[in-house]
Design a protein around this ligand. Structure first.
Ligand code: NAD
Length: 416
């Protein structure tokens, strides 16, 4: 059984083992899937604003490319470790697998603190890192994207440096770019939009009417705010919201756009209108229909899982629920839409961006959303059917489906 004392890489390996039991996973296949195919660790020098030169370390992990090129973000953070990046690359394989994308998983990280860096230093780190890993990435090999503390601008710098090395424009090397240099319409809203599509499906399955359904959202950034707005548009009532400074509650519900204006003005969601102040822990345990963790990892744990009252937990964030908590939620009949399904809209529209780059033919936002909806609905249905067949939670079902798909590709290629 998976426990809260394991590190991310060990958890990912355990998850493979646990899911593998339901499909009698061949030990040779399990051994292949449990390790990344390639991990490149690089050091590169960067000229800092004060004239000194600092050496940065970065990592790129490519988990598996049996189904297609690797795909996954690059994060800039002081706490990046090799094991974390390896685990994140494995989870990307399973996320791509759940939605049926022709990708394996990749992930990258640079150990740095962007909060202490100027724009110029950030740019030089971005360019330095992509140059250092240029030999193993590319439109047909491994396609990075934004992650923690990297954004569209960082992607543009990386695409530019890679294109200079290649000697021609290579928009397809990276996704999450600004629209003007090959980005896709709908990419900014994609994670939240995909999450909403899975909530619609989950509500259908448990017979929950979204009109008037109550919602609590942890985190009011890109994923949290847009999810709030889209749920509001569907007729849900947003009763509680939190950010890093605190949480607010209103029985009558809050207007997501007004709350965003308040956050933009004051820097936080707290002290909004007549809302009462609650704690972040209270928010998670509130008696609501839908809880959307859209901020941090490991917030639903063995300590609070028994107190979760939401009927649906839609994991917009990566890794908000620990494996121990998963068990409790399943026993209590909470429908958890696991991160690798609930937030797969982001990588799905990244895939659309890459397809558009390769075709050099660009879609309208409506086309993007229609295609996203079809893939998310299909992914939810397939995961739900597997969960019913094996009598397991949706996360285990998602792993079962992804691992089955990957195993078939590895076998078809004759690698075992
Ligand atoms: P973001 O930085 O835009 O927003 C994060 C929000 O979380 C902020 O409002 C911040 O105040 C809040 N927060 C921080 N600490 C908190 C705390 N202790 N309690 C409550 N709120 C807190 O980030 P984002 O892009 O919205 O990403 C959020 C989560 O969604 C992450 O786990 C990320 O990995 C995941 N995700 C995002 C995308 C995407 O496309 N944006 C894609 C896949 C997964």
């Amino acid at each position: 059984m998976v426990t809260e004392s394991l590190n991310a890489f060990e958890i990912a390996q355990q998850q493979i083992h646990e899911a593998g039991k339901y499909i009698d996973l061949d030990p040779a296949l399990e051994a292949i899937i449990k390790e990344p195919k390639r991990v490149l660790i690089v050091s590169f020098p960067v000229k800092m604003d004060d004239g000194t030169t600092k050496v940065f370390q970065g990592i790129r992990s490519q988990h598996n490319d049996a189904i297609g090129p690797c795909k996954g973000g690059i994060r800039f953070h002081p706490d990046v470790t090799v094991d974390e990046v390896k685990a994140l690359s494995m989870w990307m394989t399973f996320k791509c697998g759940v939605v049926g994308l022709p990708y394996g998983g990749g992930k990258g990280g640079v150990i740095c603190n962007p909060k202490e860096m100027s724009q110029g230093e950030l740019e030089r780190v971005a360019r330095g890192f992509i140059e250092a890993i240029a030999a193993i990435v590319g439109p047909d090999k491994d396609i990075p994207a934004p992650d923690v503390y990297t954004n569209a601008q960082v992607m543009a710098w990386m695409m530019d440096t890679y294109s200079r090395i290649a000697g021609s424009n290579q928009f397809g090397v990276i996704t999450g770019k600004p629209i003007i240099v090959g980005g896709s319409l709908g990419r900014n809203e994609a994670t939240a939009q995909g999450c909403i599509y899975t909530i619609i499906k989950a509500a259908e399955k448990i017979g929950l009417n979204l009109q008037g359904a109550t919602v609590a959202i942890q985190g009011y950034g890109n994923a949290g705010y847009i999810a709030a707005r889209l749920l509001h548009d569907l007729g849900c009532k947003l009763v509680a919201v939190s950010d890093s400074r605190g949480a607010v509650y209103s029985e009558d519900g809050v207007d997501p756009s007004h709350l965003l204006e308040h956050k933009q003005k004051t820097g936080s969601c707290v002290e909004f209108g007549t809302c009462s102040l609650i704690t972040g822990e209270d928010l998670l345990e509130m008696d609501v229909d839908i809880l959307v963790p859209a901020a941090l990892e490991n917030v639903i744990t063995s300590k609070n899982a028994a107190n979760i009252k939401a009927k649906i937990v839609a994991e917009a964030a990566n890794g908000p629920t620990t494996p121990d908590a998963d068990k409790v939620l399943f026993e209590n009949g909470v429908m958890v839409i696991p991160d690798i399904l609930a937030n797969a809209g982001g990588v799905t529209v990244s895939y659309f961006e890459w397809v558009q780059n390769l075709m050099n033919y660009y879609w309208t936002k409506e086309e993007v959303n229609t295609k996203l909806k079809a893939l998310m609905f299909d992914a939810f249905d397939k995961t739900y059917i597997t969960s019913q067949e094996h009598k397991v939670d949706m996360r285990t079902a998602a792993y079962i489906n992804s691992i089955t798909r990957l195993s078939e590709a590895i076998k078809a290629r004759g690698l075992v």
